[in-house]
Design a protein around this ligand. Structure first.
Ligand SMILES: NC(=O)c1ccc[n+]([C@@H]2O[C@H](COP(=O)([O-])OP(=O)(O)OC[C@H]3O[C@@H](n4cnc5c(N)ncnc54)[C@H](O)[C@@H]3O)[C@@H](O)[C@H]2O)c1
Length: 335
């Protein structure tokens, strides 16, 4: 199998190295605006170097992996669809609703498979939680509590193009909650502030936030997030139902210090998302290769990504206007 990979930054170089491990992947063509980084990586991975998107397409890969900065995702996905190439694209698929709608239409009309990079769907414990909900083991879901803490805040140039706290970071939870709980998010109330780094305020963003989400089946979700946790990278979920209460993420590497000192056996905490979601990232790519081979359909679609974007847009409006916002009422103000 021959893969074209675009964007050789933090994620793209990780994807290229991960994909190199699969015996199936015999050829890779790499492209980034930054030629020097690409050349070094290509020599490490025995891959070909392209000097433009057109050169990647002309190399006739079987599929395209898009790991560029978010702002270019939509147009690159469109280019791949025009070339009839199966696509893997990092989240979020786009920051605006009209571009996402356009992609939803193009995917439906072309039949091209597009997988969006929400790796938490492939985390073994989140998957187990979903299965327990589906099997009815939790009974009626009452409450969900989620926490998402980065270890260190990103640099200002990343914040600038990221789409902000909701479209960049909490979009993971907006994707995950419906996937695990089996209920869509219907209403959002968001509060946010800047306590970590003034760079967030300069970019019109927040770095500390608390949200209440209402789900279609009546369950309530409390989601808290910060761009800085001195102890490490922390993603957790608790589900409380009429028959059981379960948690995801409370393992020996959870970056929090319980004051009950008798709890022993803690190991060095997770510091990055690569570390915390190592297995999930690998499984996600295994599934993508199956999509490319035509064995399965995309396990994380553009249509589903539209739903998480709608929730993020509702959160932004809620933050701005200090009121609960129904997800149905969202119209695109991002252009
Ligand atoms: N799944 C996750 O948990 C996760 C985590 C972090 C980032 N991401 C996503 O991954 C994407 C990349 O993030 P990153 O941290 O690697 O950013 P980055 O800034 O480290 O890398 C982006 C790279 O893309 C290149 N690039 C940008 N536009 C390009 C274009 N049109 N053509 C070719 N190259 C181009 C840049 O030169 C840079 O090398 C973002 O969309 C981000 O939201 C996902």
């Amino acid at each position: 199998m021959h893969l074209g990979i675009i964007g050789m930054g933090r994620l793209g170089s990780f994807r290229a190295r991960s994909l190199r491990q699969f015996a199936d992947v015999t050829d890779m063509t790499l492209y980034d605006h930054k030629l020097s980084t690409t050349t070094v990586l290509a020599s490490e991975l025995d891959a070909m170097v392209a000097h433009s998107i057109d050169e990647v397409i002309d190399a006739r890969p079987d599929a395209l992996v898009i790991s560029t900065s978010t702002v270019d995702h939509a147009k690159l996905v469109e280019t791949a669809i025009e070339a009839n190439l199966t696509v893997f694209c990092e989240k979020p698929i786009s920051l605006d609703l009209s571009a996402t709608d356009r992609l939803v239409g193009l995917v439906a009309a072309s039949g091209v498979q597009v997988q969006v990079g929400f790796q938490r769907r492939f985390d073994p414990t989140f998957k187990m939680a979903r299965e327990k909900v589906v099997m009815g083991e939790l009974g009626r879901i009452y409450l969900v509590r989620m926490i998402g803490l980065d270890h260190q805040p990103p640099p200002e140039h990343f914040i600038k193009g990221s789409g902000g706290m909701y479209k960049d970071m909490h979009i993971h939870e907006f994707d995950l909650v419906p996937w695990v709980v089996g209920q869509s998010i219907v209403e959002v109330y968001a509060e946010g502030t800047v306590l970590v780094d003034e760079a967030f305020r300069r970019q019109g963003d927040v770095d500390t936030t608390a949200l209440i989400l209402k789900l279609s089946g009546g369950a309530l979700v409390v989601l808290t997030g910060s761009r800085h946790n001195p102890l490490g990278y922390d993603v957790r979920m608790e589900l409380h139902g009429s028959a059981d209460s379960i948690s995801v993420g409370w393992d020996k590497r959870v970056p929090i210090r319980p004051l009950e000192s008798k709890i022993l056996g803690f190991e060095p905490p997770y510091l990055t998302f690569f570390d915390r979601f190592d297995t999930a990232f690998q499984t996600e790519l295994v599934q993508f290769l199956r999509v490319v081979r035509g064995e399965i359909e995309s396990p994380s679609t553009v249509e589903e990504s539209k739903q998480s974007l709608l929730v993020a847009l509702a959160a932004e409006t809620s933050l701005k206007e200090h009121r609960p916002v129904s997800v149905d009422s969202v119209i695109d103000c991002s252009e």
